[in-house]
Design a protein around this ligand. Structure first.
Ligand SMILES: [Ca+2]
Ligand SMILES: [Ca+2]
Length: 100
């Protein structure tokens, strides 16, 4: 049985490839693939971002080598960044929950 963290990492890889494999280049996400991934897997985050250009901006931020595609290495910082943001919310939530 994989640990919780191991299965989380496995899920991350599985989700990345579920979208990256849609076109010829299965190791990277095109903008279309990234958009689909975010709309499906990060719908609540995307909804909280009112700016319709969010995906374009995120794409630009993530694409470190500027080839117009997002590789797994370039994708991971997005997940890490969102996890950090979620953890901060979790801390605030925990604080207010214990204050009662
Ligand atoms: Ca692809
Ligand atoms: Ca790239």
């Amino acid at each position: 049985m994989p640990s919780q963290l191991e299965s989380s990492m496995e899920s991350l890889i599985t989700v990345f490839h579920r979208y990256a494999d849609k076109d010829g280049n299965c190791n990277t996400l095109s903008k279309k693939e990234l958009k689909l991934l975010m709309e499906t897997e990060l719908a609540s985050f995307l909804k909280s971002q009112k700016d319709p250009a969010t995906v374009d901006k995120i794409m630009k931020d993530l694409d470190q080598n500027g080839d117009g595609e997002v590789s797994f290495e370039e994708f991971v910082p997005l997940v890490v960044g969102l996890s950090i943001a979620c953890e901060q919310i979790y801390q605030i939530y925990k604080k207010t929950a214990t204050k009662k």
